[in-house]
Design a protein around this ligand. Structure first.
Ligand SMILES: NC(=O)C1=CN([C@@H]2O[C@H](COP(=O)(O)OP(=O)(O)OC[C@H]3O[C@@H](n4cnc5c(N)ncnc54)[C@H](O)[C@@H]3O)[C@@H](O)[C@H]2O)[C@@H](O)CC1
Ligand SMILES: [K+]
Length: 533
């Protein structure tokens, strides 16, 4: 019996990380990559019309499940094949007894789209000249633009999109909300605000960018049976992926004959007189990670507090000039170092000590640790040969990587990882995790409940503890383990917050409770094997 989380074997994990094939359930593709995949299908004999038919029928089936009450459906129809998809769905809705009205933005349709329009008219659908005539509908289908959109919307689309957004009628977008940039998730001037988006075949990466969140609504992928041989990537060696069920990213469960030193020993350097709470929260995160031993380095004034709140933690207190635990030579005894939360004014002297003596074990750096690194320059990490995970939020990211553009956060995280040589966890409502090799993950599920002070401190302790646990197994801590720890920590942290928010509401997810709930949440997740986004 496998003892790894959810029974994933390492070989499965390695197979999942293969860069040459798109995973249809989680790979995030550009329009260009989507077109390459479709071209392979067409070249192998799949007729374009047959594919549109297949896709349209699958959309119709999903729509019946999601919107069973809708009886009067309006279709905003563009000139290309996105419009064609909308018309195939319209035909099926009409045949199912629904009322269908179509607003054609322009008359010059692509041939296949024009044929579907002609047939839908022959079946009795009403084609209207003014989109306002859709006001009585109870569902709007946005079939204006899909992956063909390549410039800002002009007239008459801007008027139609503005009207639809203001109408209060739920909108279902096909493939992408019209107006959304398929790469960056930014909008081309204006954009449909969808209640639901059905993307076709493969996830378009723009849908999962943070900028897209206000526009995409509930996301659903319409499966249309793309064969494996059509899923090979060309050009870009790595395709970013969604972090769905990262079971194989967790350290193996403890063997029955384990002891505390084999469960990983973490050195956590955090806190200052002004920011004592940050140290406590990082300590609570580390506690819940399951690491065998946690040692905290804090200024003397914090020692009683840490002893009271975290009695199992070893405390090394310092006064005046930061020092590290005596009797332990650097890199011996500890498998990982987490540094940064709440260091405040002591951040520079603390980092100087660590950079001098503690470069042999892997680091997780956050908060004030990152602020010092920004002052010193990220190249310090590579220069000292430090294996690191950096966990910046937007402000810290800007300070660390001032020259990296932020319009595409997935790309930004990948560039930051490549520049720093570290695994970068770019925190936000769609956290991106990127490794120097180009591998990249997006956390698809999170909650605004995490947007409060202290959540990040918990994450730092948690990832640090996971790193120590991996170290305790004897695995060499290379990029792949750093990446796994970052992924496991981000996913676990967010899923716990989602569970707590469900039980206690958005305001009930304070960081201390979040840290305490981590083990229970993981237990539930393992039982349910859920995917949430
Ligand atoms: N390639 C295929 O055979 C399939 C495509 N499918 C659908 O087809 C869509 C892609 O179809 P198309 O390539 O026809 O493109 P779209 O239907 O997305 O766009 C239509 C055309 O609009 C033009 N355009 C772009 N930006 C514009 C703007 N701002 N203002 C005015 N016109 C603009 C472009 O020339 C583009 O070709 C997919 O998103 C998907 O919905 C599906 O039917 C499955 C099969
Ligand atoms: K669309």
């Amino acid at each position: 019996m496998s003892n790894s989380f959810w029974g994933h074997s390492t070989s499965k994990a390695q197979e999942e990380s293969s860069p040459s094939r798109i995973d249809p359930a989680s790979g995030l593709v550009s329009s260009e990559q989507m077109r390459q995949v479709e071209e392979r299908l067409f070249a192998a004999g799949m007729p374009v019309a047959a594919l549109m038919e297949k896709v349209g029928l699958a959309i119709f089936a999903q729509l019946q499940r999601d919107f069973p009450q809708a009886t009067r459906i309006g279709i905003l129809c563009g000139t290309g094949h996105n419009g064609g998809d909308g018309l195939v769905v319209g035909r099926e809705l009409l045949l199912a007894g629904k009322t269908v009205k179509v607003w054609l933005a322009k008359p010059d349709l692509k041939p296949l789209t024009a044929e579907h329009a002609r047939y839908l008219k022959a079946l009795g659908a009403e084609f209207i000249a003014d989109f306002r005539e859709l006001a009585e509908c109870d569902l709007l289908i946005d079939a204006l633009f899909g992956i063909g959109l390549n410039r800002p919307l002009g007239d008459p689309w801007v008027g139609a999109v503005g009207w639809a957004n203001a109408s209060g009628i739920p909108i279902l977008s096909l493939d992408l909300p019209s107006g959304l940039n398929d790469q960056t998730g930014e909008i081309w001037g204006c954009c449909v605000r969808a209640a639901c988006t059905y993307t076709l075949g493969l996830w378009k990466r723009g849908l999962w960018q943070e900028a897209a969140l206000p526009w995409v609504g509930q996301l659903h992928r319409i499966e249309f049976g793309i064969p494996e041989w059509a899923l090979l990537t060309q050009g870009s060696p790595t395709v970013p992926r969604l972090l769905l069920q990262p079971g194989s990213h967790f350290p193996p469960d403890p063997p029955l004959d384990t002891h505390k030193y084999r469960q990983g020993s973490l050195l956590l350097v955090a806190g200052s007189a002004a920011y004592a709470g940050a140290a406590v929260l990082a300590g609570l995160g580390a506690r819940s990670s399951g690491a065998g031993m946690v040692t905290m380095v804090v200024p003397t004034g914090l020692k009683p507090l840490i002893h009271t709140v975290l009695p199992e933690v070893l405390v090394h207190a310092w006064e005046g000039i930061p020092t590290l635990p005596p009797g332990k030579s650097p890199a011996k005894g500890f498998q990982a170092l987490a540094v940064g939360p709440g260091l405040g004014e002591t951040r520079l002297p603390v980092l100087e000590v660590l950079l001098r003596d503690w470069t042999g074990i892997p680091w997780v750096m956050d908060a004030d640790g990152l602020n010092v690194l920004a002052e010193l320059g990220v190249e310090h990490l590579r220069g000292r040969g430090i294996r690191a995970i950096l966990t910046p939020h937007l402000g810290e990211f800007r300070r660390l990587f001032p020259r990296i553009p932020l319009s595409d956060r997935i790309e930004a995280a990948q560039q930051a990882a490549s520049q720093s040589g570290a695994v970068v966890v770019f925190k936000g409502s769609r956290t991106v995790i990127a490794a120097p090799s180009g591998q990249c993950w997006v956390n698809p599920a999170s909650t605004p409940a995490l947007a409060r002070g202290g959540s990040g401190d918990v994450l730092t302790g948690l990832i640090g503890g996971l790193l120590a646990r991996w170290g305790g197994t004897g695995s060499p801590i290379d990029e792949s383990i750093l990446l796994r720890c970052a992924c496991a920590g981000v996913w676990w942290h967010a899923q716990t917050a989602l569970q707590l928010a469900k039980e206690r509401g958005l305001t009930g997810v304070d960081p201390a409770r979040l840290a305490e709930h981590l083990p229970q949440a993981l237990r539930t997740l393992r039982q349910e094997q859920v995917i949430r986004y």
